[in-house]
Design a protein around this ligand. Structure first.
Ligand SMILES: C[S@@+](CC[C@H](N)C(=O)[O-])C[C@H]1O[C@@H](n2cnc3c(N)ncnc32)[C@H](O)[C@@H]1O
Length: 252
């Protein structure tokens, strides 16, 4: 992300602040990953890292009776999630915190589950699961989604796109190897369906871009940035056979 460019950051959040998710995902996938975790206590403690506007946080709250701490470093997302927590009367069980995943200050071995949809890549997959793993109880689980190559030999245009967006992106087998080398036991994995990219993410994003374009129609600098946002959707529509998001569930 080109957040050093203030105009890019402004337009990015004008688009993203209106979406229900910050990345691909869906309730059925969250549920499927949750069900791959065995022998969890009833009073479990979950840490949701990079929670964004908190769609999966609220879904998880419906699947458990435990406590959830949801962290993100973008305060408008935390404000939106906090408002939903209050409206739904979940304040006893969910805490939304503005915090940086690189500098978390929880006790070691505190959580039964570390959940992170589409966010751990910020730390690098390996660094993220090693560093955050300190907060996980022995026997506790990670459930994370990560962008992956699904097929070898991607077309040049796609290779170039991911070289800019996430040069460190790996395939499924390479990520499984990292998980095992970090000492975790793999419990399951699956590829998010294309509907998880479209229904709550790219379809509303396309509509939001149209609104944002109206707003910025006299701002040449902002309008020049719009193709970058539109291109992400075009790339997905053209090449979604080659890449995807993989849910990995693994145990400490
Ligand atoms: C792709 S979005 C995913 C959001 C949410 N999990 C979802 O699936 O809708 C990645 C999230 O990570 C957050 N993020 C990025 N860097 C972060 C950091 N250093 N600490 C905490 N959150 C961060 C972003 O603000 C964003 O909400």
């Amino acid at each position: 992300m080109d957040f050093e460019n203030p105009k890019f950051k402004e337009v990015f959040f004008n688009i993203y602040n209106a979406l229900s998710r910050g990345g691909p995902g869906g309730t059925a996938s969250t549920q499927k990953a949750f069900e791959m975790m065995r022998e969890l206590p009833v009073d479990l403690k979950i840490l949701d890292v990079g929670c964004g506007p908190g769609k999966q946080t609220l879904d998880l709250a419906g699947m458990t009776k435990g406590e959830i701490i949801a962290i993100d470093n973008h305060s408008p997302f935390i404000d939106r999630l906090s408002a939903k927590i209050q409206t739904r009367g979940l304040g006893q069980r969910i805490t939304a915190m503005n915090a940086d995943m690189f500098h978390l200050e929880f006790p070691k071995e505190h959580f039964n589950v570390i959940w992170s949809e589409g966010a751990i890549y910020q730390m690098g997959f390996e660094n993220g699961i090693r560093t955050l793993g300190e907060f996980l109880k022995p026997g506790g689980y990670f459930a994370v989604t990560e962008a992956v190559w699904l097929k070898p030999n991607p077309p040049q245009e796609l290779k170039k796109n991911w070289a800019q967006e996430y040069p460190d992106m790996k395939n499924i087998a390479e990520n499984i190897k990292i998980i095992q080398q970090c000492g975790y036991q793999l419990a399951g994995y699956f590829t998010l369906p294309n509907s998880d990219w479209l229904d709550d993410f790219y379809i509303p994003m396309q509509a939001r871009i149209a609104v944002v374009k109206e707003r910025y129609q006299n701002d040449t600098e902002a309008m020049d940035l719009m193709p970058r946002f539109e291109n992400e959707i075009t790339i997905f529509n053209k090449y979604s056979d080659y890449f995807g998001y993989e849910f990995f569930i693994f145990r400490k």
